[in-house]
Design a protein around this ligand. Structure first.
Ligand code: G3P
Length: 217
């Protein structure tokens, strides 16, 4: 399972990278705005800074909603750095743009996926990643994990190579549940990753080991 961090915060990205388990980064316009990164030039520069911190794929989202605009924007994003993955919304023009980029061998991440049918379309268009939004479904009393399971079954039925990127992850149990279902990738905040470290028996056990070592020295 690949671990992506879902943020534009450079400190959080560097902390996850330092753990040695980070496989990539996802961002979106809201995450950029949260860090105060606004304006086209600043946003593009920020993508490059992120690519310089991590080794893996970095999703950069287009803001155009028409095919021509998505292609123009996506090509400019892809030219920024070899690690950039073009993030496209699951709308008709996004699917067309996904097919356009996948035919050219450029990686894509189709985002804002809330149904198995949408995920199937993205896979048919050759998406590298498809991003079902788990947390936002849970927010409206709909089982987000069930969507991940449905997409897993459909992709396995037909051998689609599109990777399921479980997005809108909010906490560590989402990560574990996605791993059980067989999601290829998860993306979440730093806390969803560092939360996996925590167990009181680890802390108690370590404290006892250190105390016993001191007794003998
Ligand atoms: O990766 C998608 C993510 O950024 C959305 O997360 O927490 O805003 O639903 P959230």
């Amino acid at each position: 399972m690949k671990f992506f961090i879902d943020t534009a915060n450079l400190d959080d990205i560097a902390e996850a990278q330092a753990l040695g388990i980070l496989d990539g980064v996802t961002t979106n316009p809201s995450l950029m705005a949260k860090e105060g990164i606004t304006g086209e030039e600043n946003i593009l520069n920020h993508y490059v800074k992120i690519c310089e911190i991590v080794d893996g794929d970095v999703s950069a989202e287009v803001i155009s909603t028409d095919f021509e605009g998505m292609v123009k924007e996506g090509e400019a994003l892809a030219a920024l750095h070899p690690q950039i993955v073009i993030k496209l919304p699951l709308i008709a023009d996004g699917i067309k743009a996904c097919k356009y980029f996948s035919d050219k061998g450029i990686k894509t991440n189709v985002t804002l996926v809330f149904s198995a049918g949408q995920a199937l379309l993205a896979a048919k268009a050759g998406a590298t990643y498809v991003s079902p939004f788990l947390g936002r479904l849970d927010d409206i009393s709909t089982d987000g994990l069930n969507l991940i399971a449905e997409i897993r079954q459909i992709f396995d039925n037909y051998g689609f190579e599109t990777q399921i990127l479980a997005a809108s992850i909010r906490h560590t149990m989402h990560v574990i549940d996605c791993a059980k279902i067989g999601s290829d990738v998860m993306t979440g905040p730093l806390s969803s990753i560092t939360g996996l470290l925590k167990h009181p028996l680890t802390d108690i056990g370590l404290a006892k080991f250190l105390a016993d070592y001191k007794k003998g020295n």
